[in-house]
Design a binder for this molecule. Structure first.
Ligand SMILES: [Zn+2]
Length: 93
């Protein structure tokens, strides 16, 4: 899995690999940057840390994600969403 995807493979410990807290099974939505294109996959079965929000997926789910990210036909059929793109500027909140 891509290092910048923000989602990690599970190590089967039942605990968060970052903070050691309990993890819960949840469906998550995740964005992936693939060759400069942003792809969003929703309803991914994952486990999420109740403490720090770290998301992990099982190895077979990870493989399915990789397959979906490589499935051009599926992506062409997918619905589109628009997102704001903002050029960074130093601003006072
Ligand atoms: Zn955690």
């Amino acid at each position: 899995m891509e290092a910048n995807s923000g989602i990690h493979m599970m190590d089967n410990s039942g605990e968060c690999h970052v903070c050691g807290e309990r993890i819960e099974e949840k469906y998550v939505k995740q964005a992936f940057w693939i060759k400069g294109k942003l792809i969003v996959i929703e309803r991914i079965p994952a486990v999420v840390c109740s403490q720090c929000g770290e998301k992990v997926v099982k190895a077979d789910i990870g493989q399915s994600i990789v397959a979906l990210l490589g499935n051009v036909k599926r992506q062409r059929r997918a619905r589109r969403m628009t997102v704001p793109v903002i050029r960074f500027a130093r601003e006072v909140a």
